[in-house]
Design a binder for this molecule. Structure first.
Ligand code: PLP
Length: 409
């Protein structure tokens, strides 16, 4: 078990918790099923406060989601029995795809067994059709995007991270009549930066490009009903395909694309990572559906996450700890050295019972090592303060350069 909610359950009273947050923490408390991690090598049980979980909204512990999964297990058992095309199709898959298409305002959606296979499979197909498509891809795009584009065989141009001027330069230099395809993420997984989506949409219109936006670190967390950053900016309809995961904000497992029916059908027909693999268990689809539906009607988790992220940003700024971006809930504290980063992670764990993973190469380039901190909706204000205080102590002890020291270089 990996969750900081354990610490609430033992220590805090509901009165400590403010406003909207109280209600869903109460729900979590009532369901009472949060074992604690054994943190210490001496075998003494102690609680671990987790600060690097992608279950950003705590939906993996949401009682309604758990109940939906349990009910589906009772009805359908634990496996799907086959691929979607051969024996592994279930009512819950179909309902979930309808819900996701509706969430994103698209004609259709298609489920995959993970966000990774959704990107890899659909980009292999979409970027490779027609054959002479030119692809324009952000330099910080995820490995699954890179693999999909590689497998498509399309000619690829990489634009500097979030640099729309560079993107435009590359688009303008390409033959006017070549089919063009732009791929970007909305929230970047390691830096926490947010893409200039409106400008990307503008360039796509100008150059007639198809667009594919990975909203893996945004769905559930941003936008009306959790539809993501493009929806938050009111421009989801300007992107051809929105891609998402069910494994982060929605707290379960699986990935998907949502877009025009014809494109989704092409992916359904040709994407090898869709066709040649066993589908998600019906119980997972049922749980994911409950999670999506819950987050379409509840803002409490989104608000709590945003509040915690903002508070952590402000505390780290006061402590002069450098981090990469204030754009999103992903707070990447910049260490810039492999051994120091691992040591910082180890000390946080040993001294404070805080788990935050050090991120080293190949996830980030050598010399850009970070502690990728993920505050969540189920942390509270005191947790955030304790975390920032602990991090500050470790920063000083290991003599990690402060933000001002880095600026002065
Ligand atoms: N896209 C991005 C930007 C990611 O960060 C990740 C995983 O972290 C994925 C896709 C893959 O998603 P999943 O974990 O559901 O396979």
């Amino acid at each position: 078990m990996n969750h900081h909610l354990a610490s609430y359950l033992s220590g805090q009273t509901a009165d400590d918790l403010a406003g909207s947050k109280r209600e869903f923490l109460e729900i979590g408390r009532k369901s009472g099923n949060y074992p604690m991690a054994s943190a210490r090598r001496d075998g003494v049980d102690s609680e671990v406060s987790v600060w690097c979980s992608n279950d950003y909204l705590g939906m993996g512990q949401n009682p309604q989601v758990i109940a939906a999964m349990q009910a589906a297990v009772d009805t359908h058992g634990v496996g799907s029995g086959g691929s979607r095309n051969i024996g592994g199709n279930n009512h819950h898959h179909v309902l979930l795809e309808k819900e996701l298409a509706d969430l994103h305002g698209k004609e259709a959606a298609l489920l995959f067994t993970s966000g990774y296979t959704a990107n890899e499979g659909s980009l292999t197909v979409l970027a490779g059709m027609p054959k002479d498509t030119l692809v324009f891809s952000d330099a910080k795009n995820h490995a699954s995007i890179i693999d999909g584009l590689r497998h498509s065989g399309a000619k690829k141009f990489i634009f500097r991270h979030n640099d729309v001027a560079h993107l435009e330069e590359l688009l303008a230099a390409a033959p006017a009549d070549a089919p063009k395809f732009i791929v970007a993420e909305s929230v970047y997984s390691m830096s926490g930066t947010v893409a200039p989506l409106a400008q990307i949409a503008g360039l796509a219109d100008e150059y007639g490009a198809t667009t594919f936006i990975d909203e893996v670190h945004a769905v559930g967390m941003y936008g009306p009903q959790g539809a993501g950053i493009a929806a938050q900016e009111g421009i989801a309809d300007r992107f051809t395909v929105i891609m998402g995961t069910l494994a982060k904000g929605f707290g379960t497992i699986g990935g998907y694309i949502a877009g025009p029916a014809a494109l989704v059908d092409a992916v359904r027909t040709y994407a090898r990572s869709f066709v040649f693999t066993t589908s998600l268990p019906p119980s997972v689809a049922a749980a994911a559906l409950a999670s999506v539906q819950y987050l379409r009607s509840s803002d409490a988790e989104r608000k709590a996450l945003a509040e915690n992220a903002r508070y952590l940003h402000s505390l780290l700024i006061s402590a002069d700890i450098p981090f990469l971006s204030t754009d999103s809930h992903i707070v990447s504290a910049f260490v810039g050295d492999d051994d120091t980063c691992k040591r910082a992670s180890q000390l946080l764990f040993e001294r404070h019972g805080i788990y935050v993973q050090s991120i080293n190469a190949p996830s980030v380039p050598t010399g850009e090592e970070i502690l990728r901190i993920a505050p969540s909706a189920v942390h509270d204000q005191t947790d955030v303060e304790n975390f920032a205080h602990a991090l500050h102590g470790i920063w000083k002890e290991l003599n990690i350069p402060t933000a001002s020291a880095r600026d002065a270089r």
